[in-house]
Ligand binder design. Structure first.
Ligand code: ZN
Length: 152
């Protein structure tokens, strides 16, 4: 039987190897690109919002296993959510990664990334796509986020 950390590692490896929703989205209503200069991760997030609900979300980019797995898990978690629910998830994930602890309002798969808080250098890898998602939600128009604008 796998212990928790092995299980978490296998979730991250799986999402890195076969990322979900990994495609561009020409019909997007919002998009944003995040760049993490510390690690070289570059993730672009697209979403389509209809009647205040995220009906589709996708991403593309290159980066380390953590950044890709986090983006993949994120798209799976927020698809179908309302804007308010997505913002709540973003806040909960932020708490998880920065060490405010495991929140029970997070999907179990996302908690696989909780171990990242032990490695401060990887925190930006894990949160990059989430910042891009928030920016895409807020802006609603194509725009990009630079690494220097990412504050945690
Ligand atoms: Zn990285």
């Amino acid at each position: 039987m796998m212990d928790a950390s092995e299980l978490y590692q296998s979730i991250i490896l799986d999402h890195n190897r076969a990322p979900r929703n990994f495609r561009a989205m020409p019909e997007a209503t919002g998009e944003s690109e995040g760049y993490n200069p510390l690690c070289g991760d570059r993730i672009k997030v697209w979403l389509r919002v209809q009647d205040d609900r995220i009906v589709d979300v996708s991403f593309q980019g290159s980066g380390c296993a953590i950044s890709k797995a986090s983006a993949s898990l994120m798209t799976a978690a927020v698809k179908g959510k309302t804007r308010a629910e997505a913002e709540q998830l973003i806040a909960a994930f932020h708490d998880l990664i920065t060490g405010s602890g495991c929140r029970d309002d997070l999907p179990a798969a996302l908690t696989a990334l909780g171990g990242v808080r032990e490695y401060p250098a990887r925190v930006k890898c894990a949160t990059l796509s989430w910042h891009a998602l928030k920016s895409a939600l807020d802006g609603g128009r194509p725009k990009s986020v630079r690494g220097s604008e990412i504050h945690l």
